[in-house]
Each structure stands twice: as structure tokens, then as C-alpha cells.
Design a protein around this ligand. Structure first.
Ligand SMILES: Cc1cc2nc3c(=O)[nH]c(=O)nc-3n(C[C@H](O)[C@H](O)[C@H](O)COP(=O)(O)OP(=O)(O)OC[C@H]3O[C@@H](n4cnc5c(N)ncnc54)[C@H](O)[C@@H]3O)c2cc1C
Length: 461
């Protein structure tokens, strides 16, 4: 059983040889800090729009080292944030509906680029299932469906499946119902980010690896190897942002942990089904997310230890054995037929959470500083839309993207320690207590516990 080593996805793909680091001080039109999906998609669309632009990407480790090469592989159209909060912006509900439409189109845009650029990321657009495994979870699903309808989403966007309909797709032990949305694809994330990095480098973007940026200021990104001077400097470091001087309380590095089984035999797949490769999550407060991988395994993730004191970050994705055991129990409970396949690899990563849990894509034209992130765990598709938007903002394009409600969205800073640590751990203690009560059928107080958690954290509804 391997633990860490960045991620199963990267071990499967093969950890790439490092590209050269920055050879010394240089100048560019646009300097991008961080080579995850956000930085790479921004570089991709900038270069496509204007091949003459000098674009430099500076990456502390290697392209895809962060969440982009470790995630659950859901290319989901889920909104990274709260409709109600985005609707407080100048475009109100219409703006939110617009952002949601663009996110749905983005799932197809990622697939289109993969096809056009020859990136084989095992992408299958099978949709997304949110499965209820208890009556309270089912009640939450139905309530969510009502909210979707109130916002104008019809059955083409999301619909309810009863236990029998769900069984026709995938058999999850104890499932009573599910919501299904077709707007999600499954990918092997390391294949996607590695492919994208290759395309971007091939298009003439200067992608320097093993080049940590030590400070960012208008017109300047500092590294130990020299300075990069550029009128636009874009921070695309999501969960790692706290380490950049001046940004310690901008985004909270939330941890997410994953396990993957060995390949399942034919008999196990016959009993589980899952031929459509839908992404699959549950409706617990401390929820899990899963996919059927291209090589016939189940990869399943959940929160694990949610947050490290002082906005700490894992070492190459290694996770606690208690988290492996916890996720393993959930996996065997939902998919008993997978038990014999055993677990082969466990890892974790950090995603960026803003204080109001709503993402932002911003370019300050006065300073030339920009950033995108805070996708709260829904960043695989959203980072593509964010990258296209940042590219338009830099080029001064008055496209429909630059008026979406997450553009120029600002949030308050996180509290200093130890309040930050206590708040996140308090939230998950309450969530897990609520889930345990629901599991025993004593669910009367769960909504109170979960609501208390939401109040502490500021999670919107
Ligand atoms: C375990 C896990 C599961 C997830 N599952 C999903 C999912 O299924 N679907 C979904 O939509 N989202 C998911 N997410 C979230 C999603 O992966 C992220 O939101 C997204 O990948 C963020 O991309 P990014 O480019 O902004 O950040 P990252 O991919 O984290 O990239 C940031 C990069 O910046 C580099 N960097 C950091 N500091 C510096 C510096 N000072 N100088 C230079 N470079 C620096 C890092 O090395 C890193 O490569 C998951 C996240 C995790 C951790």
C-alpha cells in the first residue's frame, strides 16, 4: 500500500522529469505563478488568442504537482460557491444563471480541447450522481431538487432517480435515491494536467519548474534564480497561496484525501454496474466523492484531517493511517464487492477555500496583479473557465466572460490562529457527529448540528 508519492494518478502517469528552472532574470508580457489547471489554462488561452505574447509560467515543483494532479477527476459544472452570495453582485440572479450556463459549457470545452490537442485523459462524460444512503440524506436531496427547480433548472440539468433507477446505473449498498446531472465528466487528472502542460510548452509558453516565487508585487515576481518583470503578474496558486508573503489569510488550504483500490474483477463489476462511469458522491455532511477509473478501480475521496494548524500543507501527499482506515470503511460499506480488491494507494492534497466560500477571478488593472481560485473543491472545470476569463481580462477583451459574477469578487480574510484551526475542526466535528447520528437513525438533531457547523464556518446555503 503506497502512501503519498504525490498521488496514484501521478504514479500511474509517471512522475515527469523536471523541466528547466528559470535560468535568471527575464521580462515577459504576462507572468503566471503556479502551473496547475488555473495557470496552465490561462497560459493556453492567452497564447491561442495572441501567439506573439511572451508568457512565462513559474512553478515551484512540477506542472500538476498540486491539487490539479491529485483530485477526484470530476470535471463538474457544480458552482464553486453560493448562488445567493453571487446574486448579491450587480447582475443579480441573471448573472448567476449565466455563470452556471458557462460552467456547463465548460465541461464540453475541456473535452473539446482534449480532442483537439490530442490529450488522452480518459475523459468520459457520464454525468454526476449524488447518492443518498439514509432517509435524512434523501430528504436533503429532495430539498436540493426543489431549490434547483426554484432557480429554473429543469430535468435536463438535474433530476431525481429512485432506488431502482439508480440500481440501473450503479449499485450502492443502502442507497435510497440520487440526484443525477449529465453535466460532469470523469478524467484521470494527472493525464489531463500533464497533457495540458505539454501543449502549453509546445505553444511557446516558457514553463519553468523547480522555480518557487518568493514574492509578488506589481510588475515583479521574485525567485531565488532571478526576477521576472511583467506588466501582468497572475497568482494561480490556490491551496498554496498562504505561503506567499502578504497572502497568509487569503485562502484556507483545505485538505482532501483519497484512496484507490486494486483493479476489480469482472464479477465485482457485474455486481456493481457503473458502466456509464458517472462520478459519484454521497449526501453526508462530511461527504465523499468517487469515480470508476479507466483501469477498473474505484478511487474514493473525503475530507480526512480537514486542516493543518497555521495553514500547513502535506508532504508529497502522505496521509494519516486513520484517514485511510476511515475512507476504506466507507468504500467497503458502499461497495462490498470491492473489498477483495484491497487498497493500493492513498494520498491527499490541498484546495483553496475563501472566507465566504465563493471563488474569484480578478485582475486589478491599476497594478496588473491578478488571481483566480477559491473553487472550494469544484476547480477542475471551473479553472478552465477562470483561465479563459483571466486571459480575456489581461487582453482587455469585452467578452461575456468578464462580467460573470465571480469576476472581481472579493472576500474577507480568514481569522488568525488558533481561531482558524478551531473553526475548521469544530465544523467537521459537528458534521461527523451529525453523520453518525443519521447513521444510527437518530437524526432529529442532525440539522441543528450541521447548521451550527455552517454558522461557524460561514458556509452559505
Ligand atoms: C484530493 C482533492 C480532490 C479534489 N477533487 C476535485 C474534483 O473531483 N473535482 C473538482 O472540480 N475539484 C476537485 N478538487 C479541487 C481542484 O483539484 C482544484 O480546485 C484545482 O485543481 C485547483 O487548480 P489550481 O491550478 O488553481 O491549483 P493547484 O493545482 O494546486 O496548482 C497550484 C500550483 O502552484 C504551485 N505553487 C504554489 N506556490 C508557488 C510558488 N510560491 N511559486 C511557484 N509555484 C507555486 C504549486 O506547486 C502548484 O503546482 C480536489 C482537490 C483535492 C486536493
Amino acid at each position: 500500500m503506497r502512501n503519498g508519492e504525490v498521488s496514484f494518478w501521478w504514479q500511474r502517469h509517471g512522475i515527469p522529469a523536471r523541466r528547466p528552472s528559470l535560468p535568471g532574470g527575464t521580462e515577459a508580457d504576462v507572468c503566471i505563478v503556479g502551473a496547475g489547471f488555473t495557470g496552465l489554462w490561462t497560459a493556453y488561452y492567452l497564447k491561442r488568442a495572441d501567439p506573439a505574447l511572451r508568457v512565462v509560467v513559474l512553478e515551484a515543483s512540477f506542472a500538476g504537482f498540486g491539487a490539479s494532479g491529485r483530485n477526484g477527476g470530476w470535471v463538474t459544472a457544480a458552482l464553486p460557491g453560493s448562488r445567493a452570495r453571487y446574486a448579491r453582485g450587480p447582475r443579480g440572479r441573471d448573472g448567476v444563471r449565466d455563470l452556471e450556463r458557462h460552467l456547463r459549457d465548460t465541461v464540453d470545452e475541456v473535452a473539446r480541447v482534449c480532442a483537439a490537442e490530442g490529450i488522452d485523459a480518459h475523459l468520459v462524460k457520464g454525468g454526476e450522481l449524488s447518492v443518498a444512503t439514509s432517509a435524512p440524506q434523501d430528504a436533503r436531496l429532495r430539498q436540493r431538487l426543489e431549490q434547483e427547480r426554484e432557480w429554473g433548472d429543469d430535468a435536463l440539468v438535474v433530476r431525481y432517480l429512485d432506488g431502482r433507477d439508480l440500481d440501473g446505473r450503479v449499485r450502492v449498498q443502502g442507497a435510497v435515491g440520487a440526484l443525477y446531472s449529465p453535466h460532469c465528466a470523469r478524467v484521470q487528472p494527472a493525464d489531463l494536467v500533464a497533457g495540458l502542460a505539454g501543449v502549453v510548452a509546445g505553444a511557446g509558453v516558457h514553463l519553468y519548474e523547480a522555480t518557487p516565487v518568493t514574492s509578488i508585487s506589481p510588475g515583479l515576481a521574485r525567485t531565488p534564480a532571478g526576477d521576472v518583470r511583467a506588466p501582468y503578474v497572475l497568482r494561480c496558486t490556490e491551496g498554496f497561496t498562504a505561503d506567499i508573503p502578504g497572502q497568509h489569510r487569503t485562502l484556507l488550504p483545505m485538505n482532501s484525501a483519497m484512496i484507490v483500490t486494486g483493479p476489480l474483477g469482472d464479477e465485482a463489476w457485474q455486481s456493481i454496474g457503473w458502466d456509464g462511469c458517472e462520478t459519484l458522491g454521497d449526501e453526508a455532511h462530511a461527504y465523499i466523492y468517487a469515480q470508476r477509473t479507466a483501469d477498473g478501480r474505484i478511487a474514493l475521496g473525503g475530507r480526512g484531517i480537514p486542516y493543518r494548524f497555521g495553514s500547513g500543507i502535506d508532504h508529497d501527499g502522505a496521509i494519516a493511517t486513520t484517514t485511510i482506515a476511515q475512507l476504506g470503511r466507507i468504500l467497503r460499506r458502499m461497495f462490498p464487492a470491492a473489498a477483495s480488491a484491497g487498497l493500493e494507494h492513498a494520498w491527499c492534497g490541498v484546495l483553496g477555500v475563501p472566507r465566504d466560500w465563493c471563488a474569484s477571478v480578478t485582475l486589478d488593472t491599476a497594478t496588473g496583479l491578478g488571481w483566480a481560485g477559491g473553487y472550494t473543491g469544484h476547480g477542475v472545470a471551473a479553472s478552465n473557465l477562470a483561465g479563459r476569463t483571466l486571459a480575456d481580462l489581461v487582453r482587455g477583451e469585452q467578452s461575456p466572460l468578464v462580467t460573470l459574477p465571480w469576476v472581481d469578487h472579493r472576500w474577507p480574510r480568514w481569522e488568525p490562529e488558533p481561531a482558524r484551526w478551531a473553526g475548521v475542526h469544530g465544523l467537521y466535528t459537528l458534521y461527523r457527529a451529525a453523520d453518525r447520528l443519521e447513521g444510527t437513525g437518530r437524526s432529529a438533531r442532525t440539522s441543528v448540528l450541521a447548521r451550527a457547523g455552517d454558522l461557524i464556518s460561514g458556509i452559505p446555503h
